[in-house]
Design a protein around this ligand. Structure first.
Ligand SMILES: [Zn+2]
Length: 235
């Protein structure tokens, strides 16, 4: 089973998937014809969130957020235990809140989106550029070496990355008042990693949120890369 990037969808059809060259395709109808099971299209981060809420790290929280930090940043929110369901398209696209005025262009058509600065891909791209030919940076390499690469520009980028994560997550805390935030995507592999400790310390700084906001628990996705697939078959 593989999760595909379907571009812009509603719950039944692919509206437009530029990377696949598909427009207005009734995907669920075609799948139901072939597989004879009821089918629905749902955003991958929402699937991840549902799995973590039902069986994983968010099980014991009623107000919580899932944040998928990887190639981009996806997300979902639960209030009173209920997933906030988008009405038309993906909805709750936390990765596309603007955190930088006149920032870098994003595939969504806006500029300065959170995911352009705080995704794993964003930091990977910057570090690769700095390291030049030595810059064969896999996700695992980043995880294991990012803090010990002896290069001030790289360390500056790490600091910037964590600052952007702090801004974006701080915004979400002020909007949703979550009891917990679950970090998934590639970030789910950061358990015991000093980068996670640095992020949690940053989120504890006094200028992260509105004065009286209570800091939520920061947890990692229990099912790591399988979370989306587990969530895709719930209900
Ligand atoms: Zn965007």
């Amino acid at each position: 089973m593989e999760l595909l990037h379907l571009g812009l969808t509603d719950s039944k059809s692919i509206v437009k998937a530029s990377n696949l060259g598909i427009e207005n395709f009734p995907l669920t109808e075609e799948l139901e014809k072939r597989l004879n099971i009821r089918t629905k299209i749902r955003n991958d981060a929402k699937c991840c969130a549902m799995a973590e809420k039902k069986y994983g790290s968010l099980k014991d929280y009623s107000d919580c957020i899932f944040l998928c930090i990887g190639t981009g940043i996806g997300g979902a929110a639960f209030l009173d235990g209920k997933l906030l369901e988008p009405k038309g398209f993906a909805g709750f696209e936390f990765g596309h809140m603007v955190i930088e005025k006149d920032g870098v262009p994003c595939s969504c058509g806006k500029r300065g989106c959170f995911e352009r600065y705080a995704s794993i891909s964003a930091v990977k791209k910057k570090v690769t550029t700095i390291l030049g030919e030595r810059g064969d940076v896999s996700g695992q390499y980043l995880r294991e070496n990012l803090l010990i690469i002896d290069n001030p520009d790289v360390q500056n980028e790490v600091e910037n990355w964590l600052k952007y994560l702090k801004i974006g997550i701080g915004n979400l805390i002020d909007i949703f008042e979550p009891q917990a935030i679950c970090l998934g995507g590639s970030f789910s592999h950061y358990e015991g990693n000093p980068i996670l400790d640095r992020l949690i310390n940053k989120l504890g700084e006094s200028d992260t949120t509105f004065t009286i906001s209570k800091r939520p628990d920061i947890v990692l996705a229990k099912y790591k890369n399988d979370t989306g697939m587990i969530g895709a078959v719930i209900e």
